[in-house]
Design a protein around this ligand. Structure first.
Ligand code: SF4
Ligand code: SF4
Ligand code: SF4
Length: 167
């Protein structure tokens, strides 16, 4: 084998390795972008209340865990069944019933209407539109929509919301 042939062979091998390495880098960039797009799509379906009820430190970490298939689609109490259905569709998974961890699955919010001052703060806090009312008028819970997430309780300035057993 002549020296020039050997050098040419070395160059060809080097070029082949460089191309293979660039191609695998491109693939990993595409994979990473696909993964980020998936997280973004999942996150866009979540209520963004950042309540942590799902067991994660906010909606984005939950979306990241879902994208990695590290958790179930039924952990978001504020999102309720509608969010589960949308996540199931997006991730091509079976629809599950809402997971309620430490919370009593039979509890829903109740407003003591005699004490309510109609400040609307609970309506703003409810991620699933389970509260009806108008400014300066009493507010009520639509029982079948309430997911029991308790997000309406803290904002109430007169403490007239409590959790009660669903009837
Ligand atoms: S429970 Fe739902 S709204 Fe609350 S942080 Fe988790 S994903 Fe966000
Ligand atoms: S607990 Fe309150 S905030 Fe949560 S769904 Fe029921 S009414 Fe809405
Ligand atoms: S936050 Fe409390 S006082 Fe204000 S409207 Fe809701 S229930 Fe009534």
């Amino acid at each position: 084998m002549s020296l020039s042939f050997f050098v040419a062979l070395l160059i060809i091998c080097f070029l082949a390795m460089t191309i293979a390495s660039l191609s695998s880098h491109d693939d990993s960039v595409i994979d990473q972008q696909t993964h980020l797009n998936k997280i973004e799509k999942i996150d866009s379906l979540l209520p963004q209340t950042q309540c942590g009820d799902c067991g994660f430190n906010g909606c984005l970490p939950y979306a990241e865990a879902l994208a990695k298939n590290e958790t179930e689609i039924n952990r978001c109490l504020p999102g309720g069944n509608e969010t589960i259905k949308e996540l199931a569709k997006l991730l091509n998974k079976e629809v599950l019933s809402l997971y309620k961890d430490a919370k009593d699955s039979n509890l829903i919010a109740f407003i003591d209407e005699a004490t309510c001052i109609g400040c609307v703060k609970c309506i703003t806090a409810c991620p699933v539109d389970a509260i009806i009312g108008a400014p300066k008028q009493m507010h009520s819970i639509i029982n079948q929509y309430c997911t029991g997430c308790e997000l309406c309780i803290a904002p109430c300035p007169v403490d007239c919301i409590s959790m009660v057993a669903a009837r």
